[in-house]
Design a protein around this ligand. Structure first.
Ligand code: ADP
Length: 427
C-alpha cells in the first residue's frame, strides 16, 4: 500500500485547488488513453467508495469540477498511481505522473504547483521533483529532521558499540583469569606427577627389597620341608606328610610370586636386557607345550597347534624371556578353560611379522574390565571366583617382554565364550 507524502496536506482554504483539479484531470485523461474509459470509471468508483462523487463526474464525462475537495483529489491520484503500478510497474506509473506534471508546468508557475499539487502526490512517486518544488524553509526543516534522525541512530550505534566493548573487555578479563588458573593447575599437576613418580619409585624399591629379603628364607623353608617330607629329619606319618606337602606347595607359590615381582621390577626399572639369539620359535612352543600338556589332560582339555613350518623363519629373540611369554599365555589358557574345552595355538607369517594367536574356550574376560588386563596385580572378578591361584603379574611381564622385542600384544574376548591373545614379533 502506498503512503501519502508526509508533508502537511494543503487545505482549499489556504490555496486555490484549481491547479490540483487540473492535474487530476490531465492524469484522468492520460489513464483513459492507457486503460480505456470503462476501466478508468471503475478505478474512480473505487476511489470514491467512501466519498461523495463529484457533480460532473459520470460515465462518459470523466472530468472533475473545480470545487472538488483536496481529499477527493488525493484519492483520485493515489488510485490511478496504484492501479498503473499494478498493471505496468512503477517506472510506467512514475512517467505517467511526470508527464501530467510537465503539462501542468505549461499552465502554472512553479511556486503554485509546489504549494498546491506536490503535497497530493503519494509517497514514493516523483520524489526528486518534490524536492525541487519545496520551499527553502521546508527543505531546511526536512534536512534538520533527517539530521536529527541520523544523530539518534548514531547515538544508538555508539551506545551499542560501547556496550559490546564492555562485554569484550569482560570476556578478555575472564580469559586472562582462566589462562592464569590453567597455568596454576598445570604447575600443580606437574608437581603432583613428580610426587607420584617419586612415590612409585619408592614403592618399587620397597617391593624389590621385600622380594629380595623373602627369597632367601622361602628357599630355606622349601629345603627344610623337603627334608622333612623325605624323612631325613626323622620318621613322618602319612597324615603329617599330607599337611607338609600342602605347606610345600604354598611355599612354592610364594617363591613364584617373589620371582614374578623381581622380574616385573627388573623390567620396570629398565634393568632387564635382551640376550638375543636366532631361534626356531616352533621348537620353543613345542617345548613349552610339553610342560603344559599334563595339566591340560587332567582337565580333559584338547590342545591344538596349527602352523605351516615352511612359512616361519628363524627369529632373533631372547629365548628365556620368550619362553616365559608362551608359558604364561598357555598356562592362563588352560587355567581359565573349563574342563572338556579346547586350547589352540596358531602361528602365521604376516608381512614383516610373525603373528601368534592363543585361543581358549574358557571363562573369558568381562567387558568392563578388559582395559585393565595388562595392569600389574590385576585379576578379573570372574577369574578370582573360579581360580584362586594367580598373582596378576603374568600379563604385565608378557606385554613388557613383547614390547621389548618390538612387537605388539592384544586380545579379543567375550565373557563365558573364551579368549584369544594375539601378539606379533618382528622377523
Ligand atoms: P594371573 O596369575 O591372575 O593369571 P595374569 O597376569 O596372567 O595373572 O592375568 C591377569 C588376569 O587376566 C587374570 O587374573 C584373568 O582375570 C585374566 N586372564 C588372563 N588370561 C586369561 C584367559 N585366557 N581367560 C580368561 N581370563 C584371562
Amino acid at each position: 500500500m502506498l503512503k501519502f507524502w508526509k508533508t502537511k496536506p494543503v487545505s482549499p482554504a489556504d490555496h486555490s485547488t484549481a491547479p490540483a483539479v487540473d492535474f487530476c484531470n490531465i492524469l484522468i485523461g492520460k489513464s483513459r488513453e492507457t486503460f480505456g474509459e470503462k476501466h478508468v470509471w471503475n478505478i474512480l468508483c473505487s476511489a470514491f467508495e467512501f466519498r461523495e462523487m463529484p457533480k460532473r463526474m459520470a460515465e462518459g464525462s470523466l472530468v472533475l469540477s473545480d470545487n472538488t475537495n483536496v481529499e477527493t483529489l488525493k484519492a483520485v491520484i493515489i488510485s490511478i498511481a496504484n492501479e498503473t503500478t499494478k498493471a505496468f510497474g512503477s517506472v510506467f506509473a512514475e512517467s505517467m505522473l511526470s508527464g501530467a506534471l510537465l503539462k501542468l508546468e505549461e499552465r502554472y508557475p512553479s511556486e503554485t504547483i509546489g504549494s498546491s499539487v506536490m503535497s497530493l502526490i503519494p509517497a514514493g512517486f516523483l520524489e526528486e521533483r518534490k524536492i525541487k518544488f519545496l520551499s527553502k524553509e521546508e527543505l531546511e526543516k526536512q534536512v534538520s529532521e533527517k539530521t536529527a534522525e541520523l544523530r539518534k541512530v548514531n547515538d544508538l550505534l555508539e551506545d551499542k558499540v560501547a556496550e559490546r566493548t564492555r562485554e569484550l573487555e569482560q570476556l578478555l578479563a575472564e580469559q586472562d583469569r582462566s589462562a592464569k588458573l590453567l597455568v596454576r593447575r598445570d604447575l600443580e599437576l606437574t608437581r603432583a606427577n613428580d610426587k607420584l613418580r617419586e612415590l612409585d619409585q619408592r614403592k618399587s624399591e620397597f617391593l624389590s627389597i621385600v622380594a629380595h629379603q623373602l627369597r632367601t628364607p622361602l628357599s630355606g623353608i622349601k629345603w627344610t620341608l623337603s627334608m622333612i617330607m623325605n624323612g631325613e629329619l626323622g620318621s613322618v606319618s602319612n597324615e603329617q606328610k599330607v599337611f607338609i606337602m600342602k605347606s610345600y606347595e604354598s611355599n612354592d607359590r610364594m617363591i613364584e610370586l617373589v620371582e614374578s615381582m623381581l622380574r616385573a621390577d627388573r623390567i620396570d626399572s629398565g634393568r632387564s636386557d635382551l640376550q638375543l639369539a636366532s631361534t626356531q620359535i616352533l621348537d620353543l612352543i613345542d617345548n613349552v607345550l610339553y610342560e603344559i600338556l599334563p595339566g591340560a589332560l587332567k582337565k580333559h582339555i584338547k590342545v591344538e597347534f596349527n602352523h605351516r613350518d615352511s612359512d616361519i623363519p628363524q627369529l632373533n629373540i631372547d629365548q628365556e624371556k620368550m619362553r616365559a611369554v608362551f608359558q604364561n599365555l598357555l598356562d592362563n589358557a588352560v587355567k581359565y578353560c573349563r574342563s572338556g574345552g579346547k586350547v589352540s595355538i596358531s602361528v602365521e607369517r604376516d608381512g614383516e611379522f610373525v603373528r601368534f594367536a592363543i585361543r581358549d574356550t574358557g571363562i573369558g574376560i568381562p567387558e568392563d574390565q578388559q582395559a585393565l588386563i595388562f595392569s600389574r596385580f590385576f585379576r578379573a572378578r570372574n577369574a578370582l571366583k573360579v581360580e584362586t591361584e594367580g598373582n596378576g603379574l603374568g600379563l604385565f611381564i608378557v606385554k613388557s617382554i613383547i614390547e621389548m622385542h618390538g612387537g605388539k600384544i592384544w586380545f579379543e574376548s567375550e565373557e563365558n565364550e573364551g579368549c584369544t591373545f594375539y601378539f606379533t614379533l618382528k622377523i
